[in-house]
Design a protein around this ligand. Structure first.
Ligand code: ATP
Ligand code: MG
Length: 352
């Protein structure tokens, strides 16, 4: 973990990101997000939007709530309050009316059962028995759907106001990729295998295909290897394919995490301190990579970063959190000059 130094804040260059971005075309719209851990309010009623195609940075002193906010967006933490829409779809909200979900499992079977009872009472036992069987099949099918949770089922629950936030794997499938503040790679797997893990959300072959190695599985696997190699080259890890993740230098592990996230074909990429622990040369390369991902792939980026050179150099907009609250938001130069921001970083009295 690195803390922003006063010199970083004062000496940062002006923003270099001047791309045409429509501030009204939002890829993410978070409203009044609050996250409590027991008595501690880590994020307090934060409104936060990300325009499509932008690079937005979240900064703030250690413990400000940045990673917590990230984890709420990524579906890893359920917010205590608030809601998030991603590409127009509500994906995160405080769980409401979860008790009503079983109603959807049993409503149809119960109707069929009542009809069956009616038919039996009317004297047609054979038809009644068939309907009893149908009711049982419907209960089993409903419970299976509830376990598998296909998108149409979740959409139905949302429409009915029975809300549960999307889980991290669902977020990946929707188009949100991420890296972690503390690198989380499969350390014993090779670089190539790590990237292929990121691809699985986009693969069609089923476990049954894999077990009997169908043509679909083999074809997909070969394509996945080729794509994984492409992503390794893209982040600057050419020739590292068969290196175990644990043997890669620290900076390369951070790149590998980005390659894995890109392999899931995200529309929004969340990067939590991608330059932490890097030397100036690696930091420069990482800044260039972030800009390249947005420029070439059109991926929107939310960046948590302590290095002000990186933040000021690459961001279209900067949001500042302090003690869980949003204290400033604007262009890099506006935020840099904001007395509340200087105070949050340098302590009370610094602006006097
Ligand atoms: N799982 C948790 N349980 C309890 N408290 C937590 C948990 N996660 C974070 N916190 C607390 O919430 C606050 C915000 O932490 P968070 O990690 O979001 O800060 P941050 O802005 O990412 O800080 P840093 O710059 O150090 O990474 C801190 O006080 C932290 O101790
Ligand atoms: Mg953090």
């Amino acid at each position: 973990m690195t803390a922003a130094q006063p010199d970083d804040l004062a000496g940062a260059p002006a923003a270099g990101a001047a791309t045409e971005i429509d501030p009204d075309r939002l890829i993410l719209d978070a409203r009044k997000i609050t996250k409590r851990f027991g008595g501690l309010v880590a994020v307090r009623s934060v409104d936060f939007t990300i325009p499509e195609g932008s690079i937005v940075s979240l900064i703030g002193p250690n413990g400000a709530g940045k990673t917590t906010f990230f984890n709420v967006i990524a579906g890893l933490l359920e917010p205590t309050d608030g809601a998030i829409a991603f590409r127009g779809n509500q994906v995160v909200a405080h769980a409401r009316r979860a008790w009503a979900e079983p109603f959807f499992w049993f409503a149809l079977p119960v109707v069929v059962l009542l009809i069956a009872i009616g038919i039996v009472l009317a004297g047609d036992e054979a038809a009644g028995e068939l309907l009893f069987l149908l009711a049982i099949v419907l209960v089993v099918a409903s419970l299976l759907v509830a376990i598998v949770r296909p998108p149409w089922y979740l959409a139905m629950l949302r429409r009915a106001g029975v809300f549960r936030s999307a889980r991290p794997n669902e977020m990946v499938a929707l188009g949100i990729g991420r890296t972690f503040q503390n690198i989380r790679l499969f350390q014993n797997m090779t670089a190539l295998e790590n990237v292929m893990v990121g691809m699985h959300s986009r693969m069609r072959a089923t476990p049954a295909d894999a077990a009997v190695r169908t043509r679909r599985h083999n074809g997909e696997e070969a394509k996945a290897v080729e794509q994984a190699r492409h992503w390794l080259r893209y982040v600057g890890l050419r020739g590292r394919d068969n290196e175990a993740a644990r043997n890669l230098p620290y900076g390369d592990q951070r790149r590998l995490e980005i390659a894995r996230a890109l392999a899931s074909e995200p529309r929004l990429l969340l990067l939590d301190e991608p330059t932490a622990g890097m030397n100036p040369v690696e930091t420069r390369q990482m800044t260039d990579l972030i800009a390249k991902v947005r420029r070439e792939l059109g991926v929107t980026i939310l960046l948590i970063e302590h290095d002000m050179q990186v933040v000021m150099g690459v961001s279209d907009r900067v949001t500042v959190l302090d003690h869980g609250e949003k204290i400033a938001e604007g262009s890099p130069s506006e935020v840099r000059a904001d007395p509340r921001v200087i105070e949050a970083y340098l302590g009370r009295g610094a602006t006097a």
